[in-house]
Design a protein around this ligand. Structure first.
Ligand code: ATP
Length: 325
């Protein structure tokens, strides 16, 4: 197994993963009154090349730790990580050159204009002057007219976009966005996602963490859920949602209801505003015809009917709430 991994990382072109972690552990040492913290407890994860990959989990699950290890900002305790086929221990420079990380914090140096900030970043990554794309990136980020403005005059959304731009100066094949839309208004958020999609269409692999589960559901091809330092699910988004064995039947009765009728024991029911009846059921073991029979037997005349699918949010809650810290 190890042998295979070794051989594979010597030939990046043969690899299909953008990122691969094997048995990744991170233990933060005890300090002051804090005991040691097992932030990652043996994470195995494969991010396919070309995907938009969501990394979700509750606060403190270990997402930033994982991302910071990829970016070379946090030292792992144990395990192996390859970025674009480059092992971060054996080929740290190539691994780092293959990834651009957009951090959570909006820390921008106020003394540089956006154009200068990108030039500086390109310099740090050793991008030759002739290959720099400063204006192209600023343009794509909607910051062309701010190219020479003082960074401190930029709004929060503009700063966020500048950080995304900074992560792109060395044209890495993988871009990681850590909570990129936190605190960004809806319009800018959509603009940012449109650009992320464009980048992805051009072949860039995107890894993102977000607290907006709907966003992850609509944007990500594949999603991993991390909880207490462990990967509790990693699947293609529709499979993950389908895995939730739960749908809701929504009954609009002729006469609005004010209480759940008798005869629906065994189902989770509730009355919604407008006197509608919602009946949650498990499609794998309960069938809709039987539920409808019971509704009929209760003497309810059905005017309309709809079925709601489960959502990522429900899957997320189911997978992350059960385990204590
Ligand atoms: N430098 C550190 N020293 C000690 N403990 C740390 C350090 N950084 C993170 N931790 C702890 O490790 C755990 C994982 O933190 P991490 O920031 O990776 O979580 P996260 O999933 O990114 O959370 P959030 O969504 O809140 O950013 C948390 O319990 C956190 O308190």
């Amino acid at each position: 197994m190890d042998m295979q991994a070794q051989t594979a990382s010597k030939d990046p072109a043969a690899r299909t993963a953008a990122i691969e972690a094997r048995g990744l552990r991170k233990t933060y040492k005890a300090s002051n009154n804090e005991p040691e913290k097992h932030a990652l407890k043996g994470v195995d994860l494969v991010v396919p090349r070309g995907s938009i990959f969501g990394l979700l989990g509750p606060n403190g699950a270990g997402k930033s730790t994982f991302i910071n290890i990829l970016a070379g900002l946090v030292m792992k305790t144990e395990g192996e990580v390859d970025v674009w086929g480059f092992n971060i221990d054996q080929n740290p420079r190539q691994a780092r050159a293959s990834i651009g990380v957009v951090p959570q914090e909006l820390n921008i140096d106020p003394f540089f204009t956006p154009a200068e900030a990108l030039e500086l970043q390109a310099g740090l990554y050793g991008v030759p002057k002739s290959e720099r794309r400063t204006m192209e990136i600023l343009d794509a980020m909607g910051l062309a007219d701010k190219a020479n403005a003082y960074a401190r005059t930029l709004s929060g959304g503009m700063r966020r976009r500048l950080l995304v731009g900074k992560a792109m100066v060395h044209s890495p094949p993988v871009i990681v966005l850590d909570e990129p839309t936190a605190g960004v208004d809806i319009e800018l958020r959509q603009q940012l996602w449109a650009y992320v999609k464009q980048l992805n269409e051009r072949g860039v692999t995107i890894v993102l963490t977000t607290h907006y589960l709907e966003e992850a559901e609509s944007l990500c091809d594949e999603i991993a859920i991390i909880n207490h330092g462990e990967v509790v699910a990693c699947e293609k988004t529709p499979d993950l949602v389908a895995r939730l064995d739960r749908k809701s039947l929504l009954v609009t009765p002729d006469t609005p209801l004010d209480a759940v009728p008798a005869g629906l024991d065994g189902y989770q029911t509730q009355i919604l505003p407008g006197g509608l009846l919602e009946i949650a059921y498990r499609p794998s073991s309960q069938n809709v015809a039987e539920i409808l029979d019971r509704v009929n037997q209760a003497g309810i005349a059905i005017r309309d009917l709809s079925i709601e699918e489960g959502h990522l949010e429900d899957v997320f809650l189911e997978l992350t709430r059960s385990k204590a810290a």
